[in-house]
Write a protein of this length. Structure first.
Length: 259
């Protein structure tokens, strides 16, 4: 709706500005949550794929030619001798993998190798052979580009000072952006707030709260509302995610964001 941007700016000023009073107005707080979520989704929504009206004649003809001339292939039967696990649990399986490698299709060959690796690892652990923990516990998910720690010497924002549960803390600044977190007495959950430009307009901030027992996170698109230092370091259009994790805030960058 046309009035929503102005309404959102006004509510942000009431929530994050120097004279924050939104905690006394539950309906305004509920409306702020709805508009914040809608704004985040609008900024981070992926672009719609292009619409192709028609397939070019050359492409259609080539596809039809391949469909007629390509021979019909049948799945190759996989034949293997039953595997008898030897006392050491490894040698027999490796022999079976080597014997089947000439007949198994590529995908099946990969699966067999993975199975051999898994059983080999189990046999090694069962034999009480020491394996470095870093090999077993190596991280496989996205890794943060920064980890923000509690800054005990920094002041918390006025919103948390008045409405928080008494445990509000400031974290290390992220290229000029102020990051605050703590519990929120109205919901019992934890909240995270980011001020993009501490010296700017009262509405240059965003926040998010999670249900009790969960951790909040905020997605911040890299655009003109962020500092020049952030825009110079990360590609325009990428997204920074600030995720509260225990006593730290982990910062992730979307794929395509440059450092």
């Amino acid at each position: 709706m046309p009035e929503e941007p102005g309404e959102l700016a006004a509510l942000r000023a009431r929530a994050y500005g120097p004279h924050a009073d939104i905690t006394a107005d539950p309906e305004a707080l509920r409306r702020l949550t709805i508009l914040e979520e809608g704004a985040r989704r609008a900024r981070t929504a992926p672009p719609a794929p292009p619409i192709v009206d028609a397939i070019p004649d050359a492409v259609a003809a080539a596809s039809a030619s391949r469909a007629v001339s390509a021979p019909q292939s049948r799945p190759e039967a996989l034949t293997r001798a039953p595997v008898e696990i030897a006392p050491d649990g490894v040698a027999a399986l490796e022999s079976a993998v080597a014997a089947a490698s000439d007949t198994a299709p590529p995908r099946r060959r990969w699966s067999t190798a993975a199975l051999a690796t898994a059983v080999t690892g189990a046999a090694v652990l069962g034999a009480a052979v020491a394996v470095p923990a870093t090999l077993i516990l190596a991280p496989t998910g996205p890794q943060p580009v920064a980890v923000l720690h509690v800054d005990a010497n920094a002041d918390v924002g006025e919103m948390f000072a008045e409405a928080g549960g008494g445990d509000a803390v400031r974290y290390d600044d992220f290229y000029g952006m102020e990051v605050t977190g703590g519990s929120y007495q109205e919901t019992g959950g934890r909240c995270l707030m980011i001020v993009f430009d501490p010296g700017g307009a009262p509405g240059s901030a965003t926040g998010n709260c999670a249900a009790e027992g969960l951790e909040p996170w905020i997605d911040v698109p890299v655009d003109g509302q962020l500092s020049g230092e952030v825009q110079a370091r990360y590609q325009a259009g990428s997204t920074l995610r600030f995720a509260l994790s225990g006593d730290e805030v982990h910062v992730f960058v979307s794929r395509g964001g440059g450092a």
